[in-house]
Design a protein around this ligand. Structure first.
Ligand code: LMR
Length: 395
């Protein structure tokens, strides 16, 4: 039977991992997949994660099943992180632990379609390259709203509002909580406020994907959009990931939260979420969630983690600045200043797919075809090589 299947091309981001690994050139640079890298180009395990893992190995008494929700302590900790202290007692919110943010997105999409087989979701153009297949394959009907102008490197906020003004009551709008992937350009506080007005006026349902909380400005600042919508709308969906802010990429730690109109609906949604999980993967992996819960609930470890988060944020901002300065020297006619106004790991460099191919082939520099770079791949040691290579494909 399987001969009926057509071959699929590999995911555009994940394939860069292997391509970079197989490149024998010493000077190669990986600006592709979204993983944090330190000044030595390594993706370290956070010190707080190591400490929590030691604690877990020493104290865990059983590996018995926990259930489809995962760890309730983890779910409560994530609700506090997203919606603020006290949220864990709000009976309108229900949360399930998921295998990473992608797991949360897929479970959410399945539930959306169960609730409404004709559900429409508006997604930014551009958005994370896996959003469209991940949500679309579950049956959600996707529409695009303009988000970013590659000529001016600005958010197309007016065009975004204009497109969303055509959305019908009950349609969902996918928003990136912070650190927009792939552009790194986030809505300002004033823009979030304006958007919240439109969302409430039109009766839209915010679906916020927040995979980088703490990578833009700080935990609370980065949750502005989530908390604003939480205050303003009767129902919303939030998908969350601990891959980046806890560096737990391969351990697959994430969460899906629903805010429902009332307690009774929340209970129903929760029961459906548990059913979907049971029929998809039964229950989530525990290890990473237990580590996160321990860090968030231990005052000292939490403080230490906040410092690690600040360090990662500082390095990303430092590397952005360094690259812009280096490019001012090698490509003075080109304006890269927008790079400094982006948040988190990503930004658009402003190069064409052909230039991306040349960077890869001639220079061993790996980035997504769209020209998205992960600034964590920049180091003091490679920034000049990068700037000189980028200039070489621009002229
Ligand atoms: C990225 O956008 O590079 C990350 O979110 C990793 C992924 O799974 O694509």
């Amino acid at each position: 039977m399987f001969e009926t299947l057509e071959p699929k091309s590999p995911d555009a981001i994940l394939k860069l991992i292997a391509e970079h690994q197989n490149d024998a050139r010493a000077e190669k640079v990986d600006l592709g997949v979204g993983v944090y890298r330190d000044a030595d180009g390594k993706t370290p395990i956070l010190k707080t994660v190591k400490k929590a893992e030691h604690w877990l190995v020493g104290s865990q008494a059983s590996k018995a099943y926990l259930g489809s929700r995962g760890d309730i302590v983890f779910c409560d900790a994530i609700e506090k992180l997203l919606f603020a202290e006290g949220a864990e007692d709000n009976s309108r919110i229900s949360t399930v632990q998921t295998p990473g943010g992608s797991g949360a997105l897929r479970v959410a999409a399945e539930l959306v379609v169960r609730a409404n087989p004709d559900a429409v979701m508006w997604v930014s153009d551009p958005t994370w390259n896996n959003h469209v297949p991940l949500l679309g394959e579950a049956g959600v009907k996707l529409r695009a709203y303009p988000y970013y102008d590659t000529d001016s490197n600005r958010i197309l906020f007016d065009a975004m509002l204009e497109a969303l003004a055509a959305a019908k009551e009950g349609e969902l709008i996918l928003l990136h909580g912070c650190c927009h992937n792939p552009t790194g350009m986030d809505l300002s506080v004033a823009q979030w406020d304006q958007l919240a007005d439109l969302v409430t006026e039109r009766g839209l349902i915010p679906f916020i994907d927040i995979a980088y909380q703490g990578f833009a400005e700080g935990l609370d600042e980065d949750a502005y959009g989530v908390r604003l919508m939480y205050d303003r709308v009767p129902e919303m969906v939030v998908t969350q990931s601990c891959s980046k802010n806890f560096g737990l990429y391969r351990d697959r730690v994430g969460a899906l939260s629903f805010v429902a109109r009332d307690e009774a609906t929340a209970k129903t949604v929760d029961s459906q979420a548990l059913y979907v999980v049971r029929t998809m993967y039964s229950l989530p992996p525990d290890h990473g969630g237990a580590v996160v819960a321990h860090i968030l609930n231990d005052a000292d470890l939490r403080e230490e983690w906040l410092a690690e988060l600040a360090e990662m944020r500082g390095r990303m901002n430092g590397m952005r600045k360094l690259l812009v300065e280096a490019l001012q020297k090698t490509a003075p006619e080109h304006d890269f200043s927008h790079v400094e106004h982006t948040s988190g790991m990503f930004c658009y460099l402003g190069v064409t797919p052909e230039q991306v191919a040349r960077l890869k082939q001639d220079r061993g520099i790996y980035l997504v075809d769209s020209g998205r770079i992960n600034v964590c791949g920049i180091t003091e040691g490679n920034v000049e090589y990068l700037a000189e290579s980028i200039a070489s494909v621009l002229y």
